[in-house]
Design a protein around this ligand. Structure first.
Ligand code: RB5
Length: 146
C-alpha cells in the first residue's frame, strides 16, 4: 500500500511524526513535502497529492495543513478524489466505510499528534462497505461529469 503524504509549512513537525508512524506500520510512504518551515501555498501540495491518488501513483493520500481545510479543498478539485477533513477517528472510519474516501486530511493546529495517529489508524483500517453506499458514492462522482 502506497500512501502519498503532503503538508504545508504549518505541519512539518506533525508530518514527520505521521511519516514515522506509517513507516513503522509497514506502509510505503511518498513524502512530497513541504519539509521547510518557510511559508508556502497549500493548494500546490493538495493538487499534487490529489493527482497522484487519482492517477494510481499512490493508493491513498494523507494531507496536513493548519486546519486540514485548505489542502483538502485543493485535492478535491482533482477528478476522482474524495478527500475529507477529520478531527476525530469516528468520522475518519465512517468516511471510508460509507464514502470511500481516498484522501484523509487534518489540521496540525487542530489535533495533537497522538489523536492524529488514531485518526490515521482508524481510517486505514476501515474498508468501504459498498452496497447502498456505492450507489451514493457513484452519485457524487457523477457530479464531476456535469
Ligand atoms: C496557513 O497559515 C493556513 O492558512 C493553512 O495551513 C491552512 O490552515 C489553510 O486551510
Amino acid at each position: 500500500m502506497k500512501i502519498v503524504l503532503a503538508n504545508d509549512h504549518s505541519a512539518v513537525d506533525m508530518k514527520k511524526e505521521i511519516l514515522a508512524h506509517l513507516e513503522e506500520k509497514g506502509y510505503q510512504v511518498i513524502d512530497i513535502g513541504t519539509n521547510s518551515p518557510e511559508s508556502c501555498d497549500y493548494p500546490v501540495f493538495g493538487e499534487r497529492a490529489g493527482k497522484m491518488v487519482a492517477s494510481g501513483e499512490a493508493d491513498l493520500g494523507i494531507l496536513i495543513c493548519g486546519t486540514g481545510v485548505g489542502i483538502s479543498l485543493a485535492a478535491n478539485k482533482v477528478k476522482g478524489v474524495r478527500a475529507c477533513v477529520c478531527s476525530e477517528p469516528y468520522s475518519a472510519k465512517l468516511s471510508r466505510m460509507h464514502n470511500d474516501t481516498n484522501i484523509l486530511a487534518f489540521g496540525a493546529r487542530v489535533v495533537g499528534t497522538e489523536l492524529a495517529k488514531m485518526i490515521v489508524d482508524e481510517w486505514l483500517a476501515a474498508e468501504f462497505e459498498g452496497g447502498r453506499h456505492k450507489r451514493r458514492v457513484d452519485m457524487i462522482m457523477e457530479i464531476e461529469k456535469r
